[in-house]
Design a protein around this ligand. Sequence first.
Ligand SMILES: [Zn+2]
Length: 394
Amino acid sequence: MADITELSELYGNWNYPTSVRFGVGKIGELTDVCRQLNVNSPLLVTDKGLASLPLITDILQQLSDANFNPVVFCEVKPNPTGSNIADGVKCYHQGNHDGVIAIGGGSGLDAGKAIALMVGQDRSIWDFEDVGDNWLRVNEQGIAPIIAIPTTSGTGSEVGRASVIVDEQQHNKKLIFHPKMLPEVVIGDPALTVGLPAHITAATGIDAFVHNLEAYCAPGYHPMADGIALEGMRLIKNWLPTAFNDGTNLTARSHMMVASTMGATAFQKGLGGVHALAHPLGANFDAHHGLLNAILLPYVLNANRAHIEVKIAEVAYHLRLDDPTFDGFMHWLADFSQQLNIPQNLGDIGISAEKHQMIGEQAVLDPCASGNPVALSAAQYASIFVKAVEGNFS
Ligand SMILES: [Zn+2]
């Protein structure tokens, strides 16, 4: 579908919600950004899969050519753990680094942000879990400067003020939060996402859609977040299929990258039940976060139906669906995820319902549960989970 913007216009330097340098080729400005932030010896945090790719080696070359001394830390699991962060902090101190460049999808970005937080703290990382005013315990001066470079279009973690970290002892994911974990500078270069395989493009793209959708449906008065969320969803509807079918289409890649950043900007308002369930599932089954959200979305919407019918109809209207109702939206969503080859249930990705009680209990405790349009009980989350495993829409 046509959009009003042409590729030549898809550049910008924005200061909202942080300093964002956006456009194809903007990665070339990384050394300028390091100088701007007085970072001379950055620790580059990413995941193992990316570390050996030309994308990272090119960045290292750019930094070395400009006489910076970058070191790579890539001992980061797909769902980063507390010990990954502790190892990164050690590496930061050993190398006498003075800033963090976080590169990647959610794993690299979240790990980089958490390492930057933890290099100047005396307490355990779990003391900064996003509960009450725990964030006030943080020694702000100790947080290292953070430059974020997303390489997928989904998480939006480049503009988030928290990291999701797995607590291996308790087998759950915790949100580690401080307002200054918002990176000082983001370099959004859509060309970095051209090599993403189609299935990752789809899963991360729907994750971005879910961020916008859950933010829009979260309770509370926040017209700014709502406006961003609606436009984020429209861009994803119009451009994710193109990015999925032709990964080299830079117009599609650009719109998807912005839509992902928009999702995380909007979800300062809140997320909801999809994320409340995806977090314990990710921690217990080590499954891909975006894929979990993509599969869970229709099941959670069904469970929330009585509380979101009007809102979803507004979304459907904004997306210019032929049938701008809740049912029209659900039909469109089913077609959309089929086009993107998203499995229809959790059983298809090897998840069984055995632990449903525990998953329900963990979901209700997840911080995202408070953003769901209606408070669901552990038993209700467990039931949604079982239905999502079985593909049961009743
Ligand atoms: Zn997400």
